[in-house]
Design a protein around this ligand. Structure first.
Ligand code: AMO
Length: 447
């Protein structure tokens, strides 16, 4: 490794020699002095160089030619060039940026940069076209540090509970959610489909006796819409657990995971998020409010908004309104909408004992948008076959899945949660395009 000190670490060093490397953020090239703001992956620091504009006419000054060359190379620096600098660190309270500066001794342009094609105020589309440059901005960089912290905290909970991490195949022989949003790919002599969710395989792990599993991996949906919450490929956070009594057990785990994730993010990045996003990360209190879907629709209707189709899911406006209501009434940013009608849920959701028109399922809404769907699964194979038929599906096509339930399987349930949606809503961003490392949409395949 090239030896250098990360900028975040130089503050702890005493005055003296230092080597740093990073991207040139700004150059202030004044007559008598030059300032460069240098940024690496950990932070930014000010470099300073007393400018030498011409050679001493006597030619006697020691090092004058080197000093002139250094001044000229700083004048020629372009924004975004990657440079390595050796110099003298000096702590100085008057320097606004971190109370220190580095007096440049040598400066090597390791990799020069062309003039940048984007600015902070460029359109989102343009920024996404130049995503690697966009991600250099501290605000964008923070999103992925927050994501790392969030996922690490979730893993902590899963691992502490003894759940097993799995990686399920993304090439499948059949649909796992709706046939409508299925990507078909050529597969040798036949066809395969990109996995819409690890649903079937995380349930298989329950029959395999794993007890509880989790996966953080890609999911694909051939959804042609251009909304701020849909992508054709997204990272899905999935978990599935055995020996549950109802979907309440799944919701309890869901809460525990989110509390741990939000706590870790608030502790580690709360200040930075406040500074760069102007947002306070609130650790949710448990239990999260729960409202049956039918009641939630009634509440928004009572507040002047009728969800367009009575037999359908909440629409985005309904989600926004029920969230608003929950915030005002319970002071909570999350709400579980429960007891969805079986007509709008997949065949594998368990239905209410005594009222098959409703399911043991829920959606989790966070700050006005659905981030998750969860349910208790139907594990009785005869009932499952009936429910598949009920949905117009041919049980023969599902034989491999139905087999999971023919050899002894515990009652189980789980949820799927879109990672980019959680981040978007946590940071009050307007689109998952901002919180996805590389967004994929109907017209977006590059870079
Ligand atoms: P569902 O289809 O509701 O449920 O998806 C679960 C969560 O995944 C996210 N999501 C998306 N994110 C971005 N772009 C999309 N096109 C997209 N589609 C879904 C959302 C959503 O809430 N198998 C079930 C989960 C389960 O029951 O375990 C499922 O996939 O945040």
């Amino acid at each position: 490794m090239t030896s250098r000190t990360l900028i975040k670490d130089i503050a702890a060093q005493p005055d003296g020699p230092v080597t740093v490397a990073g991207w040139v953020e700004t150059v202030r090239d004044q007559k008598k002095v030059q300032f460069v703001i240098l940024r690496d992956e950990s932070g930014a620091a000010q470099l300073v160089n007393p400018a030498t504009r011409e050679l001493d006419p006597e030619g006697v000054s020691v090092g004058a030619a080197e000093a002139l060359a250094l001044t000229e190379s700083i004048s020629a620096l372009t924004h975004g060039s990657f440079v390595k600098v050796t110099g003298q660190l000096k702590h100085d309270e008057r320097v606004k940026l971190g109370g220190l500066e580095v007096k440049v001794g040598t400066l090597e342009v390791v990799s020069g940069a062309l003039e940048t094609p984007i600015a902070a105020d460029s359109s989102l589309d343009k920024r996404l076209d130049w995503r690697f440059l966009d991600l250099r901005q501290p605000k964008q960089n923070l999103i992925f540090r927050v994501q790392t912290t969030f996922l690490h905290a979730l893993r902590g909970v899963w691992i502490e509970k003894g759940l097993i991490e799995i990686q399920t195949p993304k090439l499948m022989a059949s649909a796992s959610e709706s046939r409508a949003e299925l990507f078909e790919v050529d597969y040798f002599e036949g066809k395969a489909y990109l996995a819409q969710s690890p649903q079937f395989f995380k349930q298989m792990a329950q029959s395999a006796g794993f007890g509880g599993v989790f996966e953080v991996g890609p999911a694909f949906r051939a959804d042609p819409s251009f909304t701020s919450r849909h992508a054709t490929e997204f990272t899905s956070i999935d978990t599935e657990i055995s020996w549950i009594d109802s979907h309440e057990d799944v919701m309890a785990l869901h809460e525990e995971l989110l509390v741990a994730g939000f706590q870790a993010v608030a502790d580690k990045h709360g200040d930075e998020i406040r500074e760069l996003f102007g947002v306070e990360v609130t650790v949710p209190s448990r239990p999260f409010p729960r409202i049956p879907l039918a009641e939630a629709k009634q509440i928004v209707a009572d507040h002047g908004y009728v969800v367009p189709r009575a037999d359908a899911d909440m629409d985005p406006e309904g989600e926004r309104r029920i969230s608003e209501y929950v915030k005002e009434t319970y002071g909570h940013e999350f709400v579980f909408l429960t007891d969805y009608a079986s007509s709008i849920r997949p065949f594998y959701h368990m239905r209410h004992e005594g009222d098959p028109s409703l399911t043991n399922s829920y959606d989790l809404i966070f700050n006005g948008v659905e981030i998750s769907t969860g349910a208790q699964r139907e594990h009785r194979v005869d009932v499952l076959v009936e429910q598949a038929r009920d949905k117009g599906m041919d049980p023969e096509e599902l034989e491999f899945y139905l087999d999971f339930f023919r050899y002894g399987v515990p009652p189980h349930g789980g949820f799927g949660m879109g990672l980019a949606r959680v981040l978007m809503l946590m940071l009050h961003e307007h689109s998952i395009r901002e919180t996805t490392y590389l967004f994929r949409g109907p017209t977006h395949l590059l870079p």
